[in-house]
Each structure stands twice: as C-alpha cells, then as structure tokens.
Design a protein around this ligand. Sequence first.
Ligand SMILES: Nc1ncnc2c1ncn2[C@@H]1O[C@H](COP(=O)(O)OP(=O)(O)OP(=O)(O)O)[C@@H](O)[C@H]1O
Ligand SMILES: [Mg+2]
Length: 384
Amino acid sequence: MESSDPPGSHSKENAQEILGLKMELLQTRRYLQCILQHSNDIIFATDAGGILVSFGRGGEKALGYPREEVAGRPIRDLAVDPSEFDRLTALAQEMGNAAHVEFPFRHKAGHTIYCDVSLIAFTRAEGQTVGTVGIGRDVTQQKKLQEDLIRVDRLAEIGRTASGIAHEINNPLAIIGEISGWIRTVAGDAKGLTPEDREEIERAVRFIQEQTRRCRSITHQLLSFVRDSGPSRASVDIHKLLEETVSFLNPDLKYKEILVSINLMEGPLVMDSDKQMLEQVLVNLLSNAVYAVEEKGGKGGRIDIATARVESMIEIRISDNGAGISEENQKRMFDLFFTTKPPGKGTGLGLPICQNIIRKLGGDLSFKTEAGEGTTFFVRLPVS
Ligand SMILES: Nc1ncnc2c1ncn2[C@@H]1O[C@H](COP(=O)(O)OP(=O)(O)OP(=O)(O)O)[C@@H](O)[C@H]1O
Ligand SMILES: [Mg+2]
C-alpha cells in the first residue's frame, strides 16, 4: 500500500510531539519550582529510602537549613524523634493517599518546630514505593497559643481551688496567730520562768507569728495572682526587708551551712511599694537559691545579696553558686508549674508569681546563669 504522507512527515510529527511534551514538561517543572520557591509551606520530597531530594524555600525558612545542607540527607534526621517519623511515613505509605499528621521537627538552632504535615506516598503501578512528598505548615505559634490557653484554664482551676483552700486555711491560721499572741502574754507574766526560758519562749512565739503571717500572705498572694488585684502602696525600707527575710530563713541557712553575704548600697533604701508582695518575691528567690546550692552539694554554698541603683531603677541582686540552669530549662522557668524539683518539693509557682508581682510593681525580673557555676536573679523596681 502506498502512503499518502510525504516521506519523513511521520518522524516530523513525532519530533513535534516530543517537542510539545518537552515544553509541557518544562512548564510543569517551572510551575513546581515556582511553588517550591515561593510557598511558605514546608514542601519536601524524598526517595524510597527517605533521602531528601527536594526541599523548598518554605522549609528553609521554617527549619533554618539551606537546601544544600539537607539535600541528600535522610529527612528523619530533621525530626525531633526520628523513629516516630519512620513509623508515620511507613503508615503514610500503607495508606497510600495523603496522611495528615502533626509532627515536631528540629530547627537548625535547636528549638522545636511543630508542623502540620500531609505525607503523600508515590507508588508505581505494581505497588512499589518510589518516594514521599510532604507538605507541611509551621504551627508552633498556634500550638503555643493553644498551650497558653490550656495554662490559663489550669490557672483558673487553681484559682477556684486556691480560694477554697485559702478560705479553709486562713481561719486556722488566724487562730494560731491569736493563740501564739496569748502564749506570749502568758509567758511574759508567768512566774517561775528563768529569763532565758522566757526569752526562748518569746523567740519561738515570735517565730510562729512570723511564719503564720507568711502563710497568710502566700494564700493572699495566690489569690491576688488569680484575681489580678493591684498592689497596695506604702513606704517600704528595702534594706530592712532584705535583712528581715534573711533572718526568717536563717535557721535553714545555718543548718544547710550556706553562707549569706549582704552587700547593700549606702544609706536606707526606702520606696513606695507593696511590702508583702516584695517579701514573697524575696522568699521565693532565696528559697530557689538555697535549693540550687543544696542540689549542687558539697560545702562552700554561698548566696550573695546586693542592692544598687541602676539609672532610675533600684536593683536587688540575688546570686547563688548553685547548680545553675540548663539552656533547655531557662526557656521554661517562668512557665506556670514548671519545676525540676521532685513532687512535694516544688510546684513551679515561685517564679511565675515573682514575675507577676514585679510586673505589677512596674519592675522587671531577669537572670543570668551558668550551668554548674550558679545563678543571679536581678529584681529591678522603679524608684518612684
Ligand atoms: N537559683 C536557681 N538556680 C537553679 N535553678 C533555679 C533557680 N531558680 C529557679 N530555678 C529552676 O526553675 C524552676 C522553677 O522555679 P520556681 O520557683 O518557679 O518553682 P519551684 O521552685 O520548682 O517550685 P515552687 O517555687 O513552687 O516551690 C526550678 O524548679 C528550678 O529548676
Ligand atoms: Mg521556687
């Protein structure tokens, strides 16, 4: 049979078709590159062995790695928990179509980035996996917000519990306070007591009264933390308050053989503030310092207290040569209920309460620490 086509037209058509396909391929590639370059989403592709073959600009931004640094590396290396990542990708491959997971990746700088990821496994017709494509979004901020909301919720719960407990505890505390006052009077009048006995009873009762007052102040502070009431203002002698606070803690400090040095700036330091609130801050910071020194162990535990004027602020520094705080824990120290102490020893309320109080007083709380060397807390309060 004779063909009506001129010779060579078949191959011409083929060549044109191939050219068309090439153009299409080129366009698709450009289109994909455009998505990879400009999308804020984390887009990556791996081969069947989980080795990264493609990593978009969004991923570079979210995880801090330039493309060249991760290309050719197993994607699991970027996960906070690589074996959990393996489990999820295996699951995605089993499911075949897009599996939706929330997954933590490690940012180059070390912190965690939570991603909402869709994993799509690519398989050949015969069922063999050729790779996985992942499209994810950084949801760290939303997650943090969610956690904050949960925390606020927990706080409200604590508030309700605290008001119940405060009510129950304040009455017995009032009675303890009253009876100890009465014991003081009786001991003062009692005959047959040596002056030493009298003085000892007097001192013990004073101690009970101080501690009772402190307990009442703590329940009030916990309540005010929840109710968000403002501080009261009266003239407070900060130096006197520091000395009083240290003398409350003195028996404990002596017992633990911790040396406390007080280095106060010249002259009395009097300011308008809330004495009970400040006392609570100092007790919390000093208790933390005592614990840190104890935790480090050995002899030579020291706590240094100093005051200074820094611009228009008064600064109280509380330094310890204790265990210090690891980088990981530094980020969470002011979180409500964050504690590294065993149950019964800490509730993780101390620092958030301190921070809350100092903010209410218009000041600022910061710290400097070195693991194994010690920590300094800086309380800054406006002079007026
Ligand atoms: N001076 C310090 N040195 C070392 N670590 C500290 C120091 N102060 C605080 N921390 C760390 O911060 C955590 C939180 O402190 P925070 O005072 O809020 O709670 P807590 O002391 O554990 O419990 P609570 O104060 O409610 O009894 C502590 O568990 C500890 O790990
Ligand atoms: Mg504490």
